[in-house]
Design a binder for this molecule. Structure first.
Ligand SMILES: [Zn+2]
Ligand SMILES: [Zn+2]
Length: 467
């Protein structure tokens, strides 16, 4: 990639790292990206799909229509000084880019720029759509965009995620539903008149006990997590009249997660009945599992191998070494991606090198990896595929202070630039060989088996931040 492009992208990612805005609050990040894209000659629409911090940038016309997905939201509790290899949160803020979405969004924009240049320089028919997707962490931004039809006219979607490894993403991710359970009881003096009280906190506790028993009778790949977000107050001598628990429910498909969600709702209703309270169930968010697309994964792999792994300098290796050593090696060796063809070579690389300097080849697979992404919703609308590039040292994984701390390093920039180059090159291949798009579409149709994407989020639920 041209040096001036790299410089511009580096300035962009540094600014977004500095803003560190969390879900649906990405106002500065969105505005910065929108301005950037306008300067680069894209026509940009914002806000879109009821989200002030979402945007769609378009260049070109006609087929194919290729979407690149950009993210830019940060996480709570992830503040960290840059380039400091010890836990050292910045005093003025608690949010940070612990998942690398400042790189993700910037790399996707880089891909859109490179593909736009290709279309322009060759006078070729084609449309590039760069979709600014807010709130990947906890807000389902892409699900709202998918629900509003922002991917309907596109042929394929390509994206990436910063990682510890250079590889093509394969397999699926979990569908999930998040909901609040608000229990309402009656307060009273806990000693003088407990018989007059009905405890909402008891209901929450009984619901959690019920859910923990339910765990025994769900599939091993399913997950239930909860957080008590309102306990009903700090006075033990008051029967707590209001309490709230938030559940995150995951399964391997949208259909299964809906069924599991209903079982959890029954547990909540049971807890209300036992305690003489009432319960309101408030749907928060829902995401689809990811439909892989092997045909697109092959295109991405070819581009990845063509472009190759970056060279790292001695300074970069020393920098990465310090971060690698801040994390137990045993844990790094225990947290490797699935379906790697030469797992011993990868483990050797983790042991011997400071950072991933090999292409991690994987077999295609469909198994569901734990965790969820709103890329899933996009993958149910059109053929979608992703890559990962190493933006961080070996060692600590996503949502760690180490990832936040390395977010502005030259290694991170190299990862974002590599992602941009690979995605743009894959887009070029798809443009030059339309049969590749047809193959991806045929596979998509086969996987859908006549099913239709119906967003898990009920139509009356708009993008929101519930406190
Ligand atoms: Zn994340
Ligand atoms: Zn992420």
């Amino acid at each position: 990639m041209r040096k001036d492009y790299q410089d511009k992208l580096y300035a962009l990612l540094c600014d977004i790292w500095g803003y560190s805005e969390t879900m649906f609050e990405e106002h500065k990040s969105c505005a910065r990206m929108v301005e950037f894209l306008k300067e680069e000659g894209f026509e940009v629409q914002t806000p879109v799909a009821d989200m002030d911090t979402a945007y769609v940038g378009v260049y070109g016309s006609g087929k194919p229509v290729i979407c690149f997905l950009a993210e830019y939201d940060a996480l709570h509790g992830m503040s960290q000084e840059a380039d400091i290899c010890k836990y050292s949160p910045l005093e003025e803020r608690e949010q940070g880019h612990g998942c690398g979405h400042h790189l993700l969004g910037t790399g996707a924009i880089g891909a859109a720029m490179l593909y736009k240049d290709y279309l322009q320089e060759n006078g070729i028919s084609g449309t590039v759509k760069i979709v600014g997707c807010p709130a990947e962490e906890g807000g389902s931004g892409k699900a709202y965009l998918a629900r509003a039809g922002f991917f309907d006219d596109a042929d394929v979607a390509l994206t990436w995620h910063p990682d510890n490894f250079h590889m093509v993403t394969t397999g699926s991710s979990q569908a999930c539903i998040q909901a609040f359970f608000d229990f309402h009881g009656v307060s009273s003096h806990a000693a003088a008149a407990p018989h007059l009280g009905r405890s909402a906190l008891d209901a929450v506790e009984i619901m959690d006990v019920g859910a923990n028993y339910l765990r025994e009778h769900i599939e091993p790949t399913e997950r239930l997590h909860y957080a008590i977000v309102k306990t009903g107050g700090e006075s033990p001598n008051v029967v707590q009249a209001e309490a709230r628990v938030k559940y995150l429910i995951r399964s391997t498909s949208a259909k299964k997660v809906k069924a599991l969600y209903e079982r959890v709702c029954d547990v909540a209703r049971g807890a209300a009945m036992i305690t003489g309270t009432t319960v309101d169930i408030i749907f928060d968010e829902g995401l689809y599992d990811t439909l892989p697309n092997f045909a697109l994964e092959d295109v991405l792999k070819e581009s990845f191998l063509k472009i190759g792994i970056p060279e790292y300098t001695a300074e970069e290796r020393a920098y990465a070494k310090a971060f690698k050593e801040s994390f137990p090696l045993e844990n790094a060796l225990n947290n490797v991606p699935g379906a790697v063809i030469d797992i011993m070579a990868l483990k050797d690389n983790i042991e011997e090198s400071e950072l991933c300097d090999i292409f991690v080849d994987r077999i295609h697979y469909e198994a569901c990896e734990p965790g969820s992404t709103d890329v899933g919703d996009v993958s149910w609308v059109l053929p979608t595929a992703q890559i990962s590039t190493a933006c961080y040292s070996h060692g600590a994984g996503a949502h760690s202070w180490q990832w936040t701390g390395q977010g502005k390093s030259s290694i991170a920039l190299k990862g974002a630039v590599l992602a941009a180059e690979v995605l743009a090159d894959a887009a070029k291949s798809l443009t030059e060989k339309p049969e590749l798009i047809e193959k991806a579409k045929a596979e998509f149709a086969k996987r859908m088996r006549g099913q239709k994407y119906e967003c898990l989020i009920p139509a009356d639920v708009k993008p929101h931040i519930y406190s």
